[in-house]
Design a protein around this ligand. Structure first.
Ligand code: FES
Length: 357
C-alpha cells in the first residue's frame, strides 16, 4: 500500500465519486487514514496576578513606572542633544553626543516595549480563544461580533479603566518621537532660512569659471568647438567649511556650440559668449549631477533617471522625468579673456520643488 511521503502513514484512494481534496480531480484524491487528533488547549494555569490582588497592583505600578521612565528617556535625549553639541574638529564631542542621545532613546524605546509586554502578560485577561476562519467580508453577524470584540478588548485590557497606565502610555508614545524632531532640525542650517540658501549660489558678477576640481580659471580660447567642461566658481577650493554644500549648488557644465546652432530668446542673447554656454549641472528632477554630454546631438543626459536636456534650446527637457530646463548661468569674458559670470543664476538650481514659493 502507498505511504504518505511526509508522515509515512498508509494512504488509500478516495472513492471515485468523492469530490477531490483541495481541488484534486475526483478519483485521484487521497486521504490520510490516521489524521492527528486535535490536542485542544493545554490546561489553564492562573497567573499570580489573577490570584493575588496585591501582585496585580504591583504589576500595574511596574507598567506605568516603565512608561514614565520612557518619557524620562525621551526628555533626556533632547537635553543630551543640547548639552553635548557636536563641535567641529572634536571627535570626542561626537562620541559624547551620540552616546547620551543613544542612551536616552534606548531607555525611551525599551521602557515602552517592556511596559507593554509586562502589561499584556501580567494584567490583561488571560484566556485562550478560537477564531474560526471566514470569508473576507464577514456577515453582519460577524461584524457585530467584531464590535463586541473591540468592546471586550477594551474591558479586558483595562485601557478604559486603568487610567494611569493608559495616560502614561499615551504620554510615552507622544514623547518618544520628539527627539527625532529635534535631531532632524539640527541637520538644517541653524541661523538661516534654508529656502533662501537654496535660491543663491556662490556665483556673482565677475566670478571666474574654473575647471573642476583643479580650480584653474578657463579662458574662452580654451573652449574648443564641441568640448565640454565641468566647472566650479573660482575660489571654491579655498573655502573651508561648507565647500561641498556650495559646490553642490554651483556646479556648472560649460559647452561650446556653433553660435548659429543656439536658439536664444531675445532677453538672453548676451548670456552666452561666442557659442559658449553654461548651465547648472544639478538635475531639475531630484538633483543628480547631469554628467553626460552628447556633442553630436547637443544633448545633456542625467544618468540617474535618464532625463535629457537640449542644449541648443535653453536646455529644455526632451525626455525623462525632469519638469523644467536646467538653469542657465549668464557668462561673458573679462579683460584678460577669462570666462566670468555676469551674475548668480536667476532661478533656483536643482529639483523643481524649491522654486515653488
Ligand atoms: S535626477 Fe536627473 S533624471 Fe532624475
Amino acid at each position: 500500500m502507498a505511504k504518505d511521503d511526509n508522515s509515512g502513514k498508509d494512504l488509500t484512494a478516495a472513492d471515485s465519486s468523492t469530490v477531490g481534496h483541495e481541488g484534486a480531480p475526483a478519483g485521484t484524491a487521497v486521504v490520510v487514514r490516521d489524521a492527528v487528533a486535535n490536542p485542544g488547549f493545554p490546561p489553564h494555569r492562573p497567573r499570580v496576578t489573577d490570584l493575588n490582588p496585591s501582585a496585580e497592583r504591583q504589576a500595574e505600578r511596574a507598567v506605568y513606572t516603565l512608561f514614565y521612565l520612557s518619557i524620562v528617556g525621551s526628555v533626556f535625549a533632547i537635553i543630551a542633544y543640547m548639552a553635548f553639541p557636536i563641535i567641529e574638529e572634536d571627535p570626542s564631542s561626537v562620541r559624547l553626543n551620540n552616546l547620551f542621545i543613544g542612551l536616552g532613546l534606548t531607555l525611551a524605546l525599551l521602557a515602552i516595549g517592556i511596559g507593554a509586554v509586562h502589561w499584556g502578560k501580567a494584567l490583561m485577561f488571560d484566556h485562550e480563544g478560537v477564531d474560526e476562519r471566514h470569508p473576507v467580508r464577514g456577515s453582519d453577524e460577524t461584524r457585530e461580533r467584531a464590535v463586541e470584540i473591540f468592546h471586550e478588548a477594551n474591558v479586558e485590557s483595562g485601557i478604559g479603566r486603568r487610567t494611569l497606565i493608559r495616560n502614561s502610555l499615551i504620554g510615552a508614545l507622544i514623547a518618544f518621537p520628539l527627539p527625532a524632531v529635534v535631531l532632524f532640525r539640527g541637520l538644517g542650517p541653524q541661523d538661516t532660512n534654508p529656502s533662501a540658501l537654496l535660491e543663491h549660489t556662490m556665483w556673482k558678477k565677475g566670478t571666474r569659471l574654473a575647471i573642476d576640481p583643479t580650480g584653474t580659471p578657463i579662458k574662452a580660447s580654451d573652449v574648443t568647438l564641441g568640448s565640454a567642461f565641468h566647472v566650479i566658481p573660482e575660489g571654491l577650493q579655498d573655502l573651508g567649511h561648507g565647500k561641498l554644500e556650495e559646490k553642490a549648488k554651483a556646479a556648472v557644465l560649460l559647452m561650446r556650440l556653433k553660435p548659429e546652432d543656439i536658439n536664444e530668446p531675445a532677453d538672453k542673447k548676451d548670456w552666452s559668449y561666442n557659442g559658449i554656454v553654461a548651465y547648472s549641472k544639478i538635475c531639475t528632477h531630484v538633483g543628480c549631477p547631469v554628467a553626460l554630454y552628447e556633442q553630436q546631438t547637443h544633448t545633456l543626459l542625467c544618468p540617474c533617471h535618464q532625463s535629457q536636456f537640449d542644449v541648443t534650446n535653453q536646455c529644455e527637457v526632451i525626455f525623462g522625468p525632469a519638469k523644467r530646463p536646467l538653469p542657465q548661468l549668464p557668462i561673458t569674458v573679462d579683460s584678460e579673456g577669462y570666462l566670468i559670470a555676469q551674475s548668480d543664476f536667476t532661478e533656483p538650481v536643482g529639483p523643481s520643488f524649491w522654486e515653488r514659493n
